[in-house]
Design a protein around this ligand. Structure first.
Ligand SMILES: Nc1ncnc2c1ncn2[C@@H]1O[C@H](COP(=O)(O)OP(=O)(O)OP(=O)(O)O)[C@@H](O)[C@H]1O
Length: 723
């Protein structure tokens, strides 16, 4: 038995260079397990003889799967199983995928009102079928939209498979099902199985050994490709700090990103690398983990033909390294189309063709009797055929395409799939470098995310500039309105006019400060939340880090930037208000401004995480801040609220902040004597209902910060517990 060399991909022993220097899968180098790795319960078989005697693909397969075979102990975890496998046959069996009806679907169903018994029966349903909308009734009589219907198929290692079909035919849904990304479709029902090397995968398995490249390039725009790859390598691989730069450079070279490796990725607001480079960066971000299976949703969309071809050729190289590559593709050029080995054609969730690319033309000519022009692009023709069969041949219908597939292709495909499953059953090779079980500590996840988010914020000039401009503008406005309002001599104010005026000013000042610090801190966070949510969703689905690590890193780094605002505000405003300049007053003023800011941010995070819809998040934030403002004691006397409203002021940060600002102004003043009594600070505070005191206000503000942060953390954990 050969030795299982546990090498990294930098010295991939499974590749042999062909004379042109292209990496080639080398069947002779597939290592088997070391004797020490053999679990006692593995039942080793002698090298497998070709399992399928049928002429065709299986007997011609040179993927090296015959090198050895064992039956996996069912109690063994998928993680340890996959560690021994780097060549994965992906198969899927009888997939029926239904999603809840959208409001538009329901309206359509109502309109059509025509219900017909469904011809195919799956245990899932009793059914009603409509020609435009596949409706199924699930167990409890609920109607659902069927997106994939009895889909079977396989993709082999070393090959690239194209999934084609018109828009809405179910390509992305199939890819999502293969990647077990079911959390993207809440309420969806999936029947059938996805297997890898004949082992049924569950929702946690794919992220540990495969990669999914989404259609949209979801990247942090202020980072460079090199920084992005390094971040992914730190959190998703077991490579040492010494090896990470080498691995990153290897990916950069492999995807020809050298020229832009240190340029910011950019986005809508920030010019960065080109569209093709962005797409290759997205692919590299996933390839950094050296995944065994690579799924890509429309990797060429929006790119010019030469860039698209280049990307497909890059992917082809990955397939030649022994990876299983499956990509959905929409109207490819002839040259791109010819790079694929295998094709799956979908229409409304049904399969119309599946097999080697080279067999599509004979199938069209001989079975479907479709005449092709000499220079016709086959890819164009089959897309047209899937959309409107009558265009490519008179009288050709979708029903004929389906029945032709069922009769001519499905049985043979099924036999080949069974044969391959036997052949790849438990096939073993080198260790995968993806972290099967996340071994990066929670603290490491936190520190990497903290660094990334801080860099993101600091490199975002607009954010920093706006923070400075906003804080300075508000501070100057406050000074313009309340310049030296604390510097009045009340001593001989026997009429009390000056005193009333001053108290009115101090309350107004405190109210304005409270709102102008709280509101921007809430809004800054809520407005920024949507920018990073797609990145979070993608990474959390890849199990890169935990929601807890993300939450604390994101909020604490965000709050650090937010602290600029109250600091600037205090420095500009405090000395111009005419309040007694003492250390105590300054510290109280500054501390309460900081506390108000961080509470505002925590409310923003809590609401931003609670809703997917930005408008809903903004709406709830506005509502909360408005309520807190109304019970702050700035608009009416804090001692005189009606009973229910009175309770709200206990959780209103504005209420405590306003009291502290007022105390700073009223502190150390010399109060006048009237006919019957002498006004004191205590009397004044009691009359206005500001009776909590400095210490209590600061403690409660600390508690409220903790409360809103914990609520935000609770929301993010609950909302992502099923990912
Ligand atoms: N979670 C869902 N809820 C409701 N409808 C859905 C859901 N997922 C997919 N669909 C619907 O299923 C159909 C197939 O969607 P899918 O995204 O798989 O198509 P596609 O072939 O990838 O299309 P395109 O090429 O335009 O991306 C579409 O009509 C889509 O609106």
């Amino acid at each position: 038995m050969q030795d299982d060399t546990r090498q990294t991909d930098l010295q991939n022993p499974f590749l042999a260079a062909d004379p042109k220097g292209q990496p080639q899968a080398n069947p002779e180098h597939y290592p088997l397990l070391r004797p020490s790795d053999i679990h006692a319960t593995y039942n080793y078989l002698t090298p497998v003889t070709p399992v399928d005697q049928e002429k065709g693909e299986v007997s011609q397969d040179n993927s090296g799967a015959n090198a050895g075979q064992y039956n996996m102990n069912r109690s063994e975890s998928m993680a340890s199983f996959l560690k021994r496998n780097d060549r994965v046959l992906v198969t899927w069996h009888n997939l029926n995928f239904c999603v809840p009806l959208t409001r538009e679907d329901k309206a359509l169903v109502k309109q059509q009102g025509r219900k017909k018994r469904n011809s195919f029966t799956a245990p899932l349903t009793e059914a009603v079928q409509d020609p435009h909308l596949n409706i199924r009734l699930v167990g409890n009589g609920r109607k659902m939209k069927q997106i994939l219907s009895a889909s079977n198929g396989y993709a082999k290692p070393g090959e690239m498979m194209a999934i084609m079909g018109a828009s809405g035919s179910g390509k992305t849904s199939l890819l999502n099902v293969l990647a077990q990304r079911l959390s993207l479709s809440p309420g969806a029902i999936l029947e059938g199985e996805v297997r890898m090397n004949n082992r049924v995968v569950d929702s946690n398995d794919f992220g540990k050994m495969g990669a999914f490249v989404q259609q949209d390039d979801i990247l942090i725009e202020t980072m460079t490709p090199r920084e992005s790859f390094t971040f992914a390598a730190r959190l998703r691989t077991t490579l040492s700090e010494k090896d990470i730069p080498l691995r990153v450079q290897e990916i950069i070279d492999r995807l020809a990103l050298t020229q832009c490796a240190d340029t910011r990725i950019g986005g809508v607001m920030l010019k960065g690398i080109s569209g093709g480079e962005r797409k290759r960066t997205s692919i590299g971000y996933e390839l950094i983990t050296d995944p065994i299976v690579i799924l890509l949703d429309e990797p060429t969309s929006g790119l010019d033909s030469s860039t698209a071809l280049r990307i497909i050729k890059d992917l082809k190289k990955e397939a030649m390294r022994g990876k299983t590559v499956i990509a959905t593709i929409h109207q490819p050029s002839g040259s791109i189309f010819m790079e694929f080995e295998r094709l799956l054609l979908l229409h409304d969730g049904y399969q119309l063709y599946q097999g080697p690319l080279k067999e599509i033309t004979p199938y069209l000519n001989n079975v479907l009797k479709v005449k092709m022009g000499k220079y016709q692009n086959v890819a164009d023709l089959i897309i047209k055929m899937a959309q409107a069969p009558g265009i490519v041949r008179f009288n050709l219908s979708n029903d004929e395409l389906k029945s032709s597939y069922d009769q001519s292709i499905a049985p043979k495909m099924q036999r080949q799939m069974d044969a391959y499953e036997k052949k790849y059953n438990g096939f073993q090779a080198r260790f995968s470098m993806i972290q099967a079980d996340r071994s990066v500590s929670g603290f490491k996840q936190f520190s990497e995310l903290f660094k990334r988010n801080l860099t993101y914020l600091l490199r975002n000039p607009a954010t920093i500039r706006m923070t400075f401009i906003n804080a300075s503008f508000v501070a100057l406005l406050v000074l313009a309105l309340f310049w030296k309002v604390g510097e009045v001599d009340l001593k001989d104010d026997e009429e009390g006019t000056l005193t009333r005026r001053s108290i009115f000013n101090w309350v107004g000042l405190s109210f304005m400060l409270t709102n102008n610090i709280m509101m921007p801190s809430v809004q800054n966070v809520v407005l920024q939340m949507p920018l990073q949510v797609p990145v979070f969703k993608r990474e959390i689905m890849n199990h890169m880090y935990s929601p807890t690590a993300y939450f604390w890193a994101r909020t604490l780094s965000g709050i650090m930037i937010q602290l600029i605002s109250p600091t600037l505000m205090t420095l500009i405003v405090f000395f111009g208000l005419g309040c007694p300049i003492t250390i105590d007053n300054f510290l109280n003023f500054y501390t309460i401004s900081l506390q108000l800011t961080i509470i505002g941010s925590s409310i923003g995070y809590m609401c931003g995480l609670m809703f997917d819809d930005d408008n809903a998040a903004r709406g709830v934030c506005m509502f909360l801040t408005l309520i807190f403002m109304l019970v702050s004691g700035g608009l009416n006397n804090a001692a005189n609220y009606p009973p229910v409203i009175d309770q709200i002021q206990y959780v209103s940060p504005n209420r405590y902040a306003l009291e502290v600002y007022f105390r700073v102004m009223s502190n150390d003043q010399t109060y006048p004597s009237f006919l019957n009594y002498t006004l004191t600070e205590g009397m004044l505070l009691e009359t206005l209902g500001f009776t909590r005191g400095y210490a209590m206000c600061h403690y409660v503000m600390g508690g409220l910060f903790g409360l809103f942060m914990c609520l935000g953390w609770f929301v993010i954990v609950c909302r992502n517990r099923k990912v």
